[in-house]
Design a protein around this ligand. Structure first.
Ligand code: ZN
Length: 126
């Protein structure tokens, strides 16, 4: 039986987070379309927690401005309070009802490659 190494596990967890981010990017995109008139940067987005638990269903509310400032960093994710995993990420910021974590080790390379905003064919979300 091949052993699941710590690194493989880290890779899997990072991919889970990248999938949650994709969903949130869609939510953010749809919100800006729906409310093209009067879509303000202080508007709240109801997002899914971007923690590494693929069964997590926690919802976090984040202002568009704050969401955008996190998305500027491919290795950062928004998670429900205490959904961070200190072995693989560190908390770099906090908001009302959420925490911002940054990936450690090799994971930043993985999640950056999966970042829709950093793919060559990525569309700019306005
Ligand atoms: Zn979570």
């Amino acid at each position: 039986m091949p052993q699941i190494t710590g690194l493989a596990r880290e890779d899997k967890l990072a991919r889970n987070q990248a999938i949650f981010r994709e969903v949130n990017e869609r939510i953010r995109e749809l919100a800006s379309r729906d409310l093209a008139s009067g879509f303000g940067s202080s508007r709240m987005l109801d997002l899914i927690c971007e923690c590494s638990d693929d069964g997590c269903t926690a919802v976090i509310s984040v202002a568009v401005d704050d969401y955008e400032s996190v998305r500027a960093f491919p290795a950062r994710f928004l998670v429900y309070p205490r959904h961070d995993l200190p072995q693989i990420e560190q908390i770099v910021g906090r908001g009302r009802g959420y925490e911002i974590v940054e990936k450690l080790g090799d994971a930043p390379t993985i999640v950056a490659a999966l970042d829709p905003r950093h793919r060559t064919n990525a569309q700019v979300i306005g």
